[in-house]
Design a protein around this ligand. Structure first.
Ligand code: NAP
Length: 521
């Protein structure tokens, strides 16, 4: 039986720091429970010193040992059983069904990265053999592969307490690439974070890994995160959360004497383009499914569709209003997100030309917000940049344009997004133009579907142009998430016995490699 102690976990030791006290918050009851102490600079230093040491040891390890650890972590997460689900539900209000699914996704990610590390092909090995008699100069023997970069700082989001938090994809992919991880725990689910640290503790002990491979620093606020981003030992940051938080870390990382990459997955409005003929034919079905996507998880998804762009259509507005009114109210995660939602709704209401079609009460201390659909004209949208900002919660804005040309103008005005969706089967010309526009603006284009629900697989792209992500080419979901925490090293004229296994002539790993430009085993 595991009880919540309120401690942080630093390189195999449970510690009780002396910093600010904070508590778990139950969104169902409004009560606080458990008690945690915030870490400070001393705990950051201790975690990073141990991580640096672990990195040295991990560089000598084979992919198989790292896979053993990742698999053991997945097993230990499952062994926490209902305690993990119930603790997290009490801290987030996400419900046991959703959390059971998210746990499967989380352990699935660990096992997928275990398989990737064991296979070893992710290192992208390439060999160009020497040509000693090449004229006018001989060609040296050059071999290149990706290697882990060192300690990684991970910041998780409140809305994915499993899949994008302590044991999320950033942690799994960073370790799979051979790096230790120091996680700054999210203050919205500290007991959940502590339980994950218990799973890591057991897995690390069971596999004999260096203790510094994982630390969890609990904290009430930004301070520890800011301290964690600065030391030279940290070589990259994985972040999931708000644009405000991600941008603060990007600026901090860029201002360091040695700037480091920040892989920040941030907010997004995920525009949905609705062709006029398609809406005339299937508006009812689109309203039902779109409102379902907006309200899913009380709208607390980075992929929630916050913007629907169409040609003026009063009938569809009524269909959306009815569908959103019919959807049950859900729970918000925490008071911070509630306050931000209040502010977002007030901001929308204050902008000229914006109508709240489903106007309803939203008491200042209520954790169950109304499902809200707003409407604005294309002209008014183009005149007010704030309307393209994420309002995190069950909220969407219908942009009623004059014509298809204005729909495209609205699309052109948008910044980078994680996703963009098209419903235009009966509007083929518009569909082509929107597709071309979205290729520039988003990471994932969805045809006749909705953006919530992110499949975890090799072909997934979860990341788009700024401000949805800090690095547009990177994905935080799927196999390629691993390369964010690695860099290429080339070996010139290095003898067989000193080469990493992936680059040896004998190819002991049996992996696909590029040999003089041809893919071969
Ligand atoms: P958040 O408030 O930005 O928090 C994320 C993490 O960053 C927390 O650990 C937070 O800790 C820390 N942080 C925030 N501001 C910071 C600052 N200025 N300096 C240092 N650390 C800082 O985000 P959230 O409310 O948990 O999550 C909701 C947001 O995440 C939404 O915008 C959603 O769209 C986005 N999200 C994106 C994705 C994606 O994959 N793109 C996935 C899920 C969620 P403290 O609070 O202790 O400072």
């Amino acid at each position: 039986m595991t009880t919540i102690t309120g401690q942080s976990f630093i390189a195999g030791q449970w510690v009780s720091p002396a910093g600010k006290v904070f508590h778990s918050f139950n969104p169902y009851t409004g009560e606080t429970f458990n008690s945690f102490n915030s870490c400070g600079a001393d705990e950051v230093d201790a975690a990073l010193a141990a991580a640096r040491q672990a990195y040295g040891e991990m560089r000598a390890m084979c992919g198989g040992s790292i896979s053993d650890l990742l698999e053991a972590i997945a097993d230990e997460i499952e062994a926490l059983g209902d305690l993990l689900l119930k603790t997290c539900d009490a801290e987030t209000g996400l419900g046991l069904v959703r959390l059971t699914g998210e746990r499967g996704r989380t352990t699935g990610q660990f096992r997928a990265f275990a398989a990737i590390a064991r296979k070893g092909e992710w290192v992208n090995a390439s060999i160009d053999t020497a040509i000693p008699d090449r004229q006018p100069v001989p060609r040296p023997d050059l071999r290149r592969m990706m290697r882990g970069i060192g300690p990684i700082a991970v910041f998780g989001a409140s809305n994915f307490p499993f899949a994008f938090s302590v044991a999320g994809g950033d942690t799994a992919s960073a370790i799979a690439a051979g790096n230790p991880v120091v996680v700054k725990g999210h203050p919205a689910h500290p007991a959940t974070s502590e339980l994950f640290a218990v799973a890591f503790e057991r897995a690390i002990a069971g596999t004999g890994f260096p203790a510094g491979v994982f630390s969890l620093l609990q904290s009430a606020d930004h301070k520890v995160g800011v301290e964690l981003a600065k030391p030279p030992i940290v070589q990259a940051i994985g972040f999931t959360g708000s644009l405000r938080g991600g941008r603060a870390l990007m600026d901090l990382a860029a201002a360091r004497p040695q700037p480091i990459p920040v892989y920040a997955e941030m907010g997004s409005v995920n525009p949905v383009f609705l062709g006029p003929n398609t809406l005339a034919a299937t508006g009812d079905a689109i309203a039902a499914a779109l409102s379902g996507s907006v309200c899913m998880g009380t709208g607390q998804f980075c992929t929630s569709p916050g913007l629907a762009i169409m040609v003026e259509n009063a009938g569809f507005e009524d269909q959306m209003k009815a569908a959103m009114d019919a959807a049950p109210r859900g729970h918000l995660l925490n008071p911070g997100i509630r306050d931000a939602l209040h502010a977002g709704i007030e901001r929308l209401q204050s902008i000229d030309g914006v109508d709240w079609l489903t106007e309803a009460d939203f008491e200042i201390d209520s954790m169950t917000p109304p499902n809200a659909v707003f409407k604005v004209s294309g002209d008014a949208f183009l005149a007010e940049k704030q309307l393209a900002e994420e309002v995190f919660g069950p909220v969407t804005l219908l942009v009623a344009c004059r014509d298809e040309a204005q729909m495209l103008e609205v699309g052109e005005s948008l910044e980078g997004n994680l996703t963009g969706s098209i419903h235009a089967d009966d509007d083929p010309e518009l569909a082509g133009a929107v597709m071309s526009l979205l290729e520039e603006k988003v990471g994932r284009i969805i045809n006749n579907g909705y953006p919530t629900g992110v499949e975890v697989c090799s072909s997934q792209q979860h990341g788009g142009p700024y401000p949805s992500s800090s690095v547009a080419w990177a994905t935080s979901v799927g196999a390629d998430a691993i390369v964010r925490f690695a860099r290429f090293v080339a070996y010139q004229d290095v003898p067989e016995n000193m080469l990493p296994a992936a680059l040896k002539n004998s190819n002991p790993l049996g992996i696909f490699r590029k040999l003089n430009g041809e893919l071969t085993r």
